[in-house]
Design a protein around this ligand. Structure first.
Ligand code: PMP
Length: 344
């Protein structure tokens, strides 16, 4: 498959904007910067940030074992996903495939970008129906979104199904690994070299505990990363985000410990949820949340809100009738949740 054939002609022909700091690539020590119309008085953020986020990328490269040239960063993975649409999907012409119940932004971004959505519902075990997906795809199907571990169901997709889809789908396969750091499954980033049509997205919003700084990660072949680099806003990752991310990534042991703590708290929560009389089913989860089926999701959701607890009611999603999604909180928060569930 030739990736160049999948890129929108407009994007292929684009002459990207070149910012002041893109043009000057030298060592910044001892230079006088009069190139970017900044305010010269130092306050920590008076200069534009590094448009290529070199320090953040080199730390991520070490942690994930992926070369910097295969990494693009965005303002959350939501921005990364939007860039992918704009690179590959021709408005009012192309389509994408999503597998509901899944993360809602794929279809919102498709609607924003005027791209048709083909939906192939997951099976009863929330696994992709591989043959149905491949049959549904046509020559205008540019993107296939696989969210694994999947939000809101929590399970990972079987590796064998994912591999078949990557090999046989004629467009780009985007594996959204927002929750991968909570899972024992291996990330698909280790297999980027095998599949030119694979994009893997991750984020610092979940396991890394940095939803507030908005830092999303895209791993892909150099060919794909260079297309996305052409269309990203010049300074899409701000200075404060880069500084915070560097500090956090330098103490990666803390993140690992927090993930273990969350997983332990998840086990405790699930054992207690098992005893709640109106919870009929607890779905297997590889993420920092758990989906449960209850007698009446909307009634239980409203009762929890009245008691000051906000969760997610997923009942309107196909396959999630009467389902609620609980994020794993601190042990104290989880206890409040359990006590409240037992009292309503
Ligand atoms: N993908 C999935 C599956 C998510 O659940 C979320 C956030 N809820 C995102 C992506 C977006 O993450 P970010 O904060 O990096 O934009």
């Amino acid at each position: 498959m030739n990736i160049q054939d999948l890129i929108r002609p407009t994007i292929k022909a684009l002459k990207p904007y070149s910012s002041a700091r893109d043009e000057f690539q030298g060592n910044s020590d001892d230079m006088v910067f009069l190139d970017a119309n900044e305010n010269p008085f130092e306050n920590g953020v008076n200069r534009y940030p590094d448009p290529q986020q070199r320090t953040v990328k080199s730390l991520l490269s070490e942690i994930k074992g992926i070369p910097v040239k295969n990494i693009l960063l965005g303002n959350g993975s939501d921005e990364v996903l939007d860039l992918i649409f704009r690179a590959f999907c021709e408005p009012n012409q192309d389509n994408i495939i999503t597998l509901p119940p899944t993360y809602g932004m794929y279809s919102v971004l498709a609607n924003i970008n005027a791209v048709e959505i083909k939906r192939v519902q997951l099976d009863d075990d929330f696994q992709p129906k591989v043959d149905t997906i491949l049959n549904e795809a046509d020559t205008k199907s540019k993107l296939l979104f696989l969210c694994s571990p999947n939000n809101p169901t929590g399970n990972s997709f079987e590796a064998i199904a994912i591999e078949k889809l990557i090999k046989e789908f004629k467009g780009i396969v985007v594996i959204d690994e927002a929750y991968i750091d909570f899972s024992n499954e291996e990330s698909w980033v280790s297999r980027l070299n095998e599949f030119p049509n694979l994009i893997v997205t991750q984020t610092l919003s979940k396991a890394y505990g940095m939803a507030g700084i908005r830092l999303g990660i895209c791993f892909a072949s150099e060919a794909i990363i260079s297309v996305l680099n052409r269309i990203k806003p010049p300074y899409n990752v701000n200075e404060l985000t880069q500084q915070k991310a560097i500090l956090q990534l330098e103490q990666n042991e803390l993140t690992k410990q927090q993930v273990l703590d969350i997983l332990q708290a998840r086990d405790v929560l699930i054992s207690k949820l098992n005893l709640v009389d109106f919870i009929f089913k607890i779905y297997p989860t590889d993420a920092n949340f758990v989906l449960v089926k209850v007698d009446d999701a909307t009634k239980r959701y409203n009762q929890l809100i009245e008691k000051g607890i906000v969760i997610r009611n997923r009942t309107t999603q196909p396959g999630c009738e009467n389902c609620l999604r609980f994020t794993i909180g601190t042990p104290e928060e989880n206890k409040i949740l359990i006590d409240t569930l037992n009292s309503i």
